[in-house]
Design a protein around this ligand. Structure first.
Ligand SMILES: Cc1ncc(COP(=O)(O)O)c(C=O)c1O
Length: 455
C-alpha cells in the first residue's frame, strides 16, 4: 500500500469514527479536552515529522476537543450539519484539488457549478438566467451581490465605480432594516458604502422592516431586505418593498442566509412572497442545505452587473470562453469547487427532499416552543421558521439557565438579547435532528431550568 493510500484511508476511518460518535457524545466538549488542545503548541521542527503520527495527533487532540456542531443536538447560532453525501463529495473534491477559476482549465467544475446555479434558481423560484457566485458564506454572498448592486446603480447614474472608485461619485442612498444582520452592514463597509451611513428603517415586534417607513427613492439607491431574522426567523415584506422602490430604479437585495430556503417549500412560499421581484439574493449552503463549511451563494438577476463588478482579465489567464467562467462572478480568482457539494446535496435530496428537510426543522422548532411553553416558560417570538426565543424568567435567570444547559452537554444553545430581554436561542438546522433529539434536549433544558429555579 502506498504512503498516500495509507494516510488517506487512515483519515477516512478517523473521520468516519468521529461522525459516527456524534449522536452520543457531549455536544460541548469536556473542559479537559479543551485544555489538552490549548497545549498543542510545540517548537516547529527543522526536519519535519512523520505524516501518520501527525494525523494521529490531530485526531487524538482535535476530535475530543471539537464541539459536536455537526450533530443532531447543536442548536446554537444557525448551524447546519453536513449530510453524508456532502461530506463525501467534499472529500472527493478535495482529492481533485481543482482551481475552479476558469472554465477553460477546469471545465468539469464549471459545468457542475452551473448545474447547481440552475437548480438553486429553480428551487428558489428565481429567474433562470440569474448569475450565481459560489463563495464562503452569506457574509461574502452579501458583499458580492451588493458589489453588483453598486455597479448597476452607479452605472445608471453614468458613473463607472469599478474604474473610478467612490471618490467624486454621485450620491448613493443605501437603505437597511434596523434588524439587518451585522455581516450585511460589514459588507457595505467593505464596499466603501459605510457601515453606519445607511438609512435605517424601523422594524416591528418580530424584527420585520415596516414597509411604509422605507423612504421615497431618488437617484442611485440600494435597499437591503432580509428573509429570516437571526433571532426570530421573521421575514421582511419584500413584495411591498419591491413594488415601492423598484419602479424608481432602486436595486433590492435580499439577505436570506437561511430564510431563503423557505422559498423551496411550497407550503412555506407565502413567507417569501415577492422574493422573485428583487434584484439579488444571498444565502448559505452551509446552514440549511447541510453542506460542509464553507459555502454560500450570491444570486443576481442582472448577470452583467455581477460580471462587471467581479471579472478581470490578464494575458496569462484564459478567461475568454463562450461558457460560464466561474471567476467572472466571484471575488476570488483561485478557489475550491464549492458548488460541487451543493450539487451533491441537491441531487441527493431532490426538490421534495429539500422541502422535507426545511419543514422537518421547522416542526422541531415548534415542538421546542410547545414543550417550553407547556412548562411555563415564555416564548418571545412567533415561531414562523426554525428559530425559537425563550425566556426562563428575568435576564439573570435566563443567562444562568443557558450556562447550565451548555455545561450539561446534552444539547447546546446560545443566548441573545431580543428587544431588551435576554433570551435563549434555539435554531434547528440539522438534517439529522429527530423528534427524539428534541424531546431529549427539552428534558435536559427543563431539568437545568428547574435546578436554577430551586437554587
Ligand atoms: C441573516 C444573516 N445574514 C448573514 C449571516 C452571515 O452568514 P455567514 O456567517 O455564513 O457568513 C447570517 C448568519 O447567521 C445571517 O443569519
Amino acid at each position: 500500500m502506498s504512503e498516500y493510500t495509507k494516510i488517506m484511508r487512515d483519515a477516512a476511518e478517523r473521520g468516519i469514527r468521529y461522525r459516527e460518535s456524534l449522536d452520543e457524545r457531549r455536544v460541548g466538549p469536556d473542559p479537559k479536552a479543551i485544555a489538552a488542545a490549548a497545549g498543542i503548541y510545540e517548537t516547529l521542527s527543522a526536519e519535519g515529522r512523520d505524516d501518520a503520527e501527525t494525523l494521529a495527533m490531530l485526531d487524538e487532540i482535535g476530535s475530543p476537543a471539537s464541539v459536536a456542531m455537526a450533530g443532531p443536538r447543536f442548536f446554537g447560532f444557525v448551524i447546519g450539519g453536513s449530510m453524508p453525501v456532502t461530506v463525501a463529495a467534499n472529500w472527493l473534491t478535495t482529492a481533485w484539488d481543482q482551481n475552479t477559476a476558469m472554465n477553460e482549465v477546469t471545465p468539469a467544475m464549471a459545468a457542475i457549478e452551473n448545474v447547481s446555479r440552475r437548480w438553486l434558481c429553480e428551487l428558489f423560484g428565481l429567474p433562470q438566467e440569474s448569475a450565481a457566485s459560489f463563495v464562503t458564506g452569506a457574509t461574502i454572498a452579501n458583499f458580492t451581490a451588493l458589489a453588483a448592486a453598486r455597479h448597476k446603480v452607479f452605472a445608471d447614474a453614468g458613473w463607472d465605480v469599478e474604474k473610478d472608485g467612490l471618490i467624486g461619485a454621485p450620491d448613493i442612498t443605501v437603505v437597511v432594516g434596523d434588524e439587518a444582520h451585522p455581516t450585511l452592514t460589514k459588507a457595505l463597509g467593505l464596499l466603501g458604502l459605510g457601515r453606519e451611513r445607511a438609512v435605517r428603517v424601523p422594524v416591528d415586534g418580530q424584527g420585520r422592516m415596516i414597509a411604509a417607513a422605507v423612504p421615497p427613492v431618488d437617484g442611485p439607491t440600494i435597499v437591503c431586505t432580509q428573509a429570516g431574522n437571526i433571532n426570530t426567523g421573521a421575514f421582511d415584506p419584500v413584495a411591498e418593498i419591491c413594488s415601492a422602490v423598484r419602479p424608481a430604479g432602486a436595486w433590492v437585495h435580499v439577505d436570506g442566509a437561511f430564510g431563503l430556503w423557505a422559498a423551496a417549500v411550497p407550503r412555506m412560499r407565502h413567507l417569501v412572497a415577492g422574493l422573485e421581484d428583487a434584484d439579488s439574493w444571498a444565502t448559505d449552503a452551509h446552514k440549511w442545505l447541510n453542506v460542509p463549511y464553507d459555502s454560500g451563494v450570491a444570486i443576481t438577476r442582472d448577470a452583467a452587473a455581477l460580471k462587471a463588478a467581479m471579472s478581470i482579465t490578464a494575458d496569462y489567464l484564459p478567461t475568454a470562453t463562450e461558457h460560464r467562467n466561474p471567476s467572472d462572478y466571484t471575488p476570488e480568482l483561485s478557489r475550491r469547487a464549492r458548488g460541487v457539494d451543493i450539487w451533491a446535496a441537491l441531487r441527493s435530496l431532490g426538490r421534495d427532499g429539500v422541502a422535507d428537510l426545511i419543514e422537518r426543522c421547522c416542526s422541531h422548532a415548534r415542538r421546542f416552543a410547545e414543550g417550553l411553553q407547556a412548562a411555563g416558560y415564555e416564548i418571545l417570538n412567533e415561531v414562523v421558521l426554525n428559530q425559537v426565543l425563550v425566556s426562563f424568567g428575568d435576564d439573570d435567570t435566563t443567562r444562568r439557565v443557558i450556562e447550565a444547559i451548555q455545561r450539561d452537554g446534552t444539547c447546546w444553545c446560545g443566548g441573545t438579547v431580543w428587544q431588551g430581554r435576554r433570551a435563549m436561542r434555539i435554531s434547528v438546522c440539522n438534517w439529522s435532528t429527530t423528534a427524539a433529539d428534541v424531546d431529549r434536549s427539552l428534558e435536559a433544558m427543563l431539568a437545568c431550568a428547574g435546578r436554577i429555579a430551586e437554587a
